[in-house]
Design a protein around this ligand. Structure first.
Ligand code: NAD
Length: 479
């Protein structure tokens, strides 16, 4: 499987850079254009064994060699961003090619590498104590369908920088895209003088393969990026786990905000990749005295306003009622609607618009399904409020205690501080589109694994390490 020559690798990369390869090419979870993807297995135990070999190879490398592999991953990610973006949309039916391309570029440029691993030294009368950030070993990573290849590459860079091996159990609905990224990481490794199989994955990931991963003795750390079900599953595994779970980010707009900018920023953020990012704006609480102007600005920026009756009709289509294990009726998002274009969603209620419409907006009450559910599609409910107290109270409730992400447009520092304190989210973005919170038009590094429940926050290489201390008593102090 891994017997691909360097000349062949270069030929493939060149063809992609020249644009002669595209998602129109054939792809499966094990092949791309007839080329076998490296690091993909049918048996999770076998995948873990190979990931362990990758880990041992990384352990034997210098940090400089590790960084060479990461540099090569960044180069290939930039060169093949369009291919992954196209496969991602074609396979999942979700999101926007151009936005997915930008997400890959962001991952390539702003995911920290080995520089994120910093040792600490403490000296004193009793000598020197050194604390180093060590790898865990083989990491088991569960990845979502919403940012599939982005998450595989972002996790790989951070986990390899930390000195780990990785085995992925990707989302079955995005397995071809995810495995393309796994193969990319392995090609980069081979090109930079690393092992041919550095990271591994499954050809047909299932809940059973995830269960094997979760209980396998060689897996020392679980990292899970996904909805509440899967995060709960890994946190119950008995192993050290990093959980990056669901959000439902509220936005408050008060009457001190630059309304023209707020309207544009909110639609830009909410419609980015058709609202698939977990950080994207999901519901707005607008002061009543600026709500009309805000809605006007949103419409000027590609939003289409529907009335309450249309909103109720659309809600019955995008949310499906199901009976859960406890026999209770629960509403879940329709997978046929997640990440779809706004015009496609509007067509479902008989409204025809062009592709220039990026987002559907509507005025609703707080209890409306659009406010309460994490839709992950370009539908944005707007609730009018009369005070900052009411806005914060409702926004905190709509966030459902996920403590994931929240946004605010305001120039009142008391309002901004009060909401930030009350909502307690991992990410809080002020006066910008949501994606500024992951380094896109905002300062700071990026990640596609935002670990709120377990506290690592905006994960990076150091999140995937364990601290080890070495003590030299009474010596090695140089003053
Ligand atoms: P999902 O929850 O449907 O699936 C995620 C992964 O978990 C998939 O690989 C799936 O096959 C697997 N899985 C599901 N149940 C499992 C179980 N019981 N045991 C083991 N594996 C299981 O995710 P999705 O729909 O692709 O992604 C959307 C969700 O993920 C949203 O809720 C979104 O907010 C969240 N998300 C969070 C972050 C973050 O950084 N916090 C990033 C992306 C997505």
């Amino acid at each position: 499987m891994a017997n691909i020559t360097e000349a062949e690798i270069r030929k493939i990369v060149e063809s992609i850079v020249k644009g002669t390869a595209s998602a129109a090419s054939s792809y499966t979870s094990t092949e791309y254009n007839g080329r076998k993807l490296i690091g993909v297995y049918s048996d999770m135990n076998e995948a873990i064994d190979h990931a362990e070999k990758g880990y041992k190879a990384v352990r034997a490398m210098t940090v400089e060699q590790r960084e060479k592999i990461i540099t090569q991953i960044r180069k290939l990610t930039l060169a093949e961003a369009s291919v992954m973006a196209e496969i991602g949309v074609a396979e999942t039916g979700m999101g926007k090619v151009e936005h997915k391309r930008l997400k890959h570029i962001l991952v390539a440029e702003k995911t920290p590498g080995t520089e994120d691993i910093v040792s600490e030294a403490k000296t004193g009368d009793n000598g020197l104590t050194l604390t180093e950030m060590a790898p865990f070993g083989v990491v088991g990573s569960i990845t979502p369908s919403t940012n599939p290849s982005e998450t595989v590459i972002c996790n790989s860079i951070g986990m390899i920088a930390a000195g780990n091996g990785v085995v992925f159990n990707p989302h079955p609905n995005a397995i071809c895209t995810s495995n393309y990224a796994v193969d990319l990481v392995n090609r980069a490794s081979a090109m930079a003088g690393g092992p041919e199989v550095l990271v591994c994955s499954m050809d047909k990931p299932t809940l059973d393969s995830a269960a094997i991963m979760q209980s396998h003795p060689k897996i020392r750390l679980l990292v899970c990026t996904g909805g509440p079900g899967v995060v709960k599953a890994v946190l119950s595994s008995g192993k050290k786990a990093i959980g990056a779970g669901a959000g439902n980010p509220p936005v408050i707009v008060d009457d001190t905000a630059d309304i023209m900018k707020a309207g544009k920023d909110i639609i830009d953020g909410c419609s980015f990749d058709n609202n698939l990012p977990c950080i994207a704006e999901k519901e707005v609480f607008a002061f009543a005295n600026i709500a009309d102007r805000l809605i006007d600005e949103m419409q000027r920026n590609g939003a289409y306003l529907i009335n309450r009756e249309q909103a109720d009709k659309l809600a019955k289509i995008v949310l499906i009622e199901k009976t859960n294990k406890a026999g209770k009726a629960v509403k879940t998002v329709s997978r046929d609607c997640v990440g779809r274009d706004a015009d496609v969603l509007l067509a479902k209620i008989g409204v025809t618009v062009g592709k220039d419409i990026r987002c559907i907006i509507c005025e609703t009450g707080f209890e409306h399904d659009f406010v309460q559910h994490e839709l992950m599609m370009p539908i944005l409910p707007i609730v009018r409020v009369n005070s900052i107290e009411e806005a914060i109270d409702l926004a905190v409730k709509a966030e459902h205690g996920n403590r994931h992400t929240a946004h605010m447009h305001s120039k009142n520092i008391d309002h901004l501080s009060a909401f930030a304190k009350a909502v307690e989210t991992t990410i809080f973005v002020k006066n910008a589109p949501s994606y500024a919170g992951i380094g896109f038009g905002g300062e700071g590094h990026t990640t596609f694994t935002i670990a709120g429940p377990t506290g690592e926050g905006i994960t990076s290489a150091r999140s995937f390490t364990r601290k080890r201390r070495c003590v030299m008593a009474d010596n090695f102090r140089i003053i």
